[in-house]
Design a protein around this ligand. Structure first.
Ligand code: LLP
Length: 433
């Protein structure tokens, strides 16, 4: 478990375990990340701004590689740009890409095709062909139509290695929208109905295709490791029965977003999965692999905004409005996700001021932190930060109300580099004649 020293009351200061590895608080209370003062970064690069702690990213990738020595993919949907793709591969990961776009960004970063794993419940012919022609590490097969697409493609020089995605029938305790292991799912082949069995037969009969193993992904933001144990209990017999060489547990490990939350580490997750496999009798020599996204990148970043207006509605609530919103973080609106907010100019300050942190979009649902606690002296012009925004924030950002998406900074050892620049009006107009 990560540090358990967080005070739990609502007005307590932001808990240190929600800040990234190199986060440090100076005697004046100001926050620095990667050796750089966060308020000053906003002065220089503007707001909103995603600030990623590069050492933190590298440490999580390295931890994942140690935890799953047989191979581990970074799920790029959580956050992808060329710098991130390169970093994950430098640290020893392969990349899970779930569309042609994600694949082409990774290839543009100079990642060899042999380090890409193609996912998707509805891969186009072009996507399957791209993987086949370039020689992707794995294609994770999701439907009988996809098997037909594979069959239509000419055999390449090498056989295409595939994994079979199955739905094990495990209901993880998480938001309904990100649960994927249950029977009623658009993903994979059901174990219980016999579809998985038939898919094995179809793939084994296909020339130029090598079925390496089985894959499942039971959902995302999962705190309770027993769901993964259950997954292994169901998958191990299938692997044994079909003499497969690889078992991929998928991703899904949860992270702490709130002061009061604690999440298992990647190391603890791997240990639990490994012992569940041993208990279920997984034969030696079978590769145990994984593909985390959120647990690699979420805690590495914070989003910095400027407070533009504060409205105090007596007897109702206080609204603190910032210069971003649902366009840079749609998770609160989509999943009711909770976040903390704090002021990096006084990081350790108590936060007795109850407010709703909202964005600047033209709808009431544009909420970033529904029940925020802020320091009493929060004022217009302040830099306000929400931690743990490194996953599914920038990657799900939109241009709603024609806001440009914020830039992404990587900070490390006192240096900042812009890895994605801020979108401009020219970017917003570039698709129009
Ligand atoms: N593998 C597969 C096949 C996946 O579909 C996913 C995520 C992952 C791995 C990585 O899962 P992670 O370790 O990040 O939980 N937008 C939602 C999360 C959607 C997850 C989609 N699939 C959110 O913001 O919570």
């Amino acid at each position: 478990m990560s540090s358990a020293d967080a005070p739990l009351s609502g007005d307590a200061p932001i808990a240190h375990h929600l800040l990234s590895d190199t986060a440090a608080v100076g005697e004046d209370g100001r926050l620095s990340v990667g050796g750089l003062d966060v308020v000053r970064l906003v002065e220089e690069f503007g707001s909103p701004l995603f600030v990623y702690d590069e050492d933190h990213l590298r440490a999580r990738c390295a931890e994942a590689v140690r935890a799953f020595p047989d191979g581990v993919a970074y799920a790029t949907k959580a956050f992808l740009c060329k710098a991130m793709a390169a970093l994950a591969v430098e640290e020893g990961m392969v990349l899970d890409v779930a569309s042609e776009g994600e694949a082409l960004v990774a290839l543009a970063a100079g990642i060899p095709a042999s380090r890409l794993v193609l996912h998707g419940n509805n891969k186009s012919y072009a996507e399957v062909a791209l993987a086949r022609e370039r020689g992707f590490h794995r294609v994770v097969v999701d439907s009988f139509d996809e098997i037909a697409r594979l069959a239509e493609l000419a055999e390449g020089e090498r056989p295409q290695t595939v994994l079979l995605r199955v739905t094990p029938g495990v209901e993880a305790h998480t938001h309904e929208y990100v649960m994927t292991g249950q029977e009623d799912s658009k993903f994979g082949f059901s174990l219980a109905s016999g579809a998985a069995e038939r898919a094995v037969a179809a793939l084994t009969a296909l020339p130029g295709v090598e079925l390496a193993g089985v894959h499942a992904h039971i959902g995302s933001q999962i705190f309770r490791l027993d769901a993964f144990e259950r997954e292994m209990e169901l998958l191990v017999p299938f692997v044994e029965e079909h003499g497969l060489g690889e078992l991929c547990v998928g991703g899904g490990l949860g992270v702490a977003y709130l002061n009061a939350e604690q999440a298992p580490t990647l190391t603890e997750w791997a240990r639990t999965v490994r012992s569940a496999c041993a208990e279920a009798g997984l034969p030696r020599g079978i590769r145990l692999t994984a593909e985390p996204g959120r647990a690699i990148v979420a805690g590495a970043a914070l989003t910095c905004y400027r407070v533009g207006t504060i409205k105090e509605l007596p007897g109702i609530r206080n609204y603190v409005a910032v210069d971003g919103g649902m366009s840079d973080n749609p998770r609160p609106v989509l999943y009711g996700s909770g976040y903390e907010a704090f002021l990096p100019r006084e990081t350790g300050a108590f936060r007795p001021y109850a407010a709703r942190v909202v964005g600047k979009h033209c709808e009431s649902g544009d909420v970033l932190v529904a029940e925020a606690h802020l320091p009493a002296d929060v004022a217009v012009g302040d830099v306000l930060a929400t931690p743990v925004t490194g996953a599914y924030g920038h990657s799900m950002a939109s241009n709603y109300n024609r806001l440009g998406r914020p830039p992404v900074l990587f900070v490390r050892g006192g240096e900042a580099r812009v890895v994605v620049r801020r979108e401009t009006v020219e970017d917003l107009l570039r698709l129009e004649p």
